[in-house]
Design a protein around this ligand. Structure first.
Ligand code: NAI
Length: 259
């Protein structure tokens, strides 16, 4: 039986990179996926790829800015009324920027913290209610999962990305509290911390050959990761294969931290 048969999954930031690959993998393995993001055209393209050739579409899209509570509530209402159940949430939407602490503008600090951290709180709370409602009868027997995408940067200091690295460290810690609070409802919560993967987020940096070489040199496996390699670990954490794992962080960094 496909791992995600009879499973409804919401993926934020599903229009590109790791989120897109995660949606494709969940759908390929039988899941119904709700693709969430701000740019409808990007989400539509991913939905087309998923739904192509299927008699019953497996992908829905829902435009949401995950930093805005009202919009997140509308997303939860949509999932509740359309599916009446929710098994998997992947909080993947995120963004980055470059600044030292001394040069940092308050607006830039807020942009990163809101996108990377506040969104995880808002989405987990609002969609968590939908999951809890659905799991009322099952209690701890149920198996629902939230996977929050953190980062290797959440495990170490980040030169010129202190706002980014601190937001990701907070996502890892917040997810542990969430795991504790949601465990009685049969909802597991884990984080996946990617190292350096080739996506639109890292595209600009990777145009610089010296930067690319430095990344390769710092990685034990000697290469940059592919978004599908990160997505494979996210789908594992979301699957029943990980049924005894909660409050954990899975580092997928090609061996950066051990070097
Ligand atoms: P990406 O830029 O392709 O994906 C991020 C997605 O989030 C984009 O589609 C973007 O439009 C969406 N998004 C941003 N703000 C949003 C908002 N307010 N509401 C809704 N959607 C929003 O980049 P990538 O690399 O796929 O990033 C996915 C996650 O992986 C992020 O959380 C990122 O921090 C994390 N990550 C990525 C690494 C990499 O090397 N690519 C390394 C470590 C972590």
């Amino acid at each position: 039986m496909p791992r995600f048969e009879d499973t409804v999954a919401v993926i934020t930031g599903a229009g590109s990179g790791i989120g897109e690959q995660t949606a494709l993998q969940l759908a390929r393995e039988g899941g119904k996926v709700v693709l969430v993001g701000r740019t409808v055209s990007k989400l539509e393209k991913v939905a087309e790829r998923i739904n192509e050739g299927l008699t019953e579409p497996a992908a829905d899209i829902f435009r949401t800015d995950v930093t805005i509570e009202k919009e997140v509530h509308k997303l939860a209402d949509f999932v509740q009324s359309t599916y009446g159940d929710l098994h998997v949430v992947v909080n993947n939407a995120g963004t980055s920027g470059k600044s030292t602490i001394m040069e940092m503008e308050e607006t830039e600090w807020d942009r990163i913290q809101n996108t990377n951290l506040k969104s995880v709180y808002l989405v987990s709370q609002s969609l968590g209610r939908v999951m809890m409602k659905a799991s009322e009868k099952e209690g701890q027997e149920g198996d629902r999962a939230i996977v929050n995408v953190a980062s290797l940067s959440g495990h170490k200091a980040g030169a010129k990305i202190p706002h980014y690295s601190s937001s990701k460290a907070a996502v890892i810690n917040f997810s542990k509290s969430l795991a504790l609070e949601f465990a009685p409802y049969g909802i597991r919560v884990n984080t996946v911390s990617p190292g350096f993967a080739e996506t639109p987020l890292t595209e600009e940096g990777l145009r610089n050959k010296r930067f690319e070489e430095a990344i390769q040199k710092n990685t034990a496996l000697g290469r940059i990761g592919k978004p599908e390699e990160i997505a494979a670990v996210i789908t594992f954490a979301a699957s029943k294969e990980a049924s005894y794992m909660t409050g954990s962080d899975l580092l997928v960094d090609g061996g950066w931290l051990i070097k």
